[in-house]
Design a protein around this ligand. Structure first.
Ligand SMILES: [Zn+2]
Length: 222
């Protein structure tokens, strides 16, 4: 559900704090709510409006966080050096679950229409606000944290491919289209973590959906 700058809706910039963060065991130091929100803050500050399109800052934040979480180095594929796509391959063997998110956002539009700096994460009435928070930098944060948790305590055999793509907001020539043409999108199931609800509870939704899929994959391979 991507939009262009002209019809950017309010729901595009909001995400609720997820309940799972308050669940028992979810607050290890590396994966605490504060760390997750801090990651989201850095992703929002890493400007990536498209057009014009330049995802290098976001890719750098993802790389830094992946290193902190102990994830392996990603492969980088780019039709243009300013438009990187990052692919992480976690775990071993089939089946492979693909989790995909895009790194670019729509343009901020008229800054006067914002109640706060669009590139500075803020909290209002229990919701997090910033350009691309729901669409879809919260998804990026959730994918990294969920993958790290799964790697430490795998709930299913197989592997996970994280795809962080460029250029989704402007026809994907440098992103998914390029990756598909290169034959890099191969897996047994995929979750595109694009927000689909008016009130996006992306983080919690993604984790729950991923856990269900991983369970199904495990059942199918027994
Ligand atoms: Zn989107």
């Amino acid at each position: 559900m991507c939009t262009n700058g002209a019809d950017r809706g309010k729901s595009n910039v909001l995400v609720s704090r997820p309940d799972w963060l308050r669940e028992k065991g979810a607050n290890s130091d590396e994966m605490s709510e504060d760390r997750l929100v801090d990651l989201l803050r850095r992703l929002i500050a890493a400007r990536s409006p498209n057009p014009p399109g330049d995802e290098r800052r976001v890719a750098e934040v993802i790389r830094e966080e992946a290193t902190r979480l102990g994830l392996p180095e990603p492969d980088c594929h780019a039709l243009d050096p300013r438009r990187p796509n990052l692919l992480f391959r976690l775990g071993h063997g089939p089946p492979t679950l693909i989790l995909a998110a895009h790194m670019d956002t729509v343009p901020a539009g008229e800054t006067a229409s914002w109640n706060s700096d669009p590139f500075e994460l803020s909290e209002r009435d229990g919701e997090l606000v910033g350009l691309g928070t729901a669409d879809m930098k919260a998804s990026i944060a959730a994918m990294l944290i969920a993958s790290a948790r799964w790697l430490r305590a795998p709930t299913a055999p197989g592997s996970v491919a994280l795809v962080f793509s460029a250029d989704e907001e402007n026809y994907s020539r440098y992103g998914m289209q390029y990756l598909a043409e290169c034959g890099l999108l191969v897996g047994d199931a995929a979750v595109v973590t694009e927000p689909v609800e008016p009130r996006h509870r992306v983080l919690a939704e993604l984790l729950h959906r991923s856990a269900r899929l991983l369970r199904r994959m495990a059942e199918g391979t027994r």
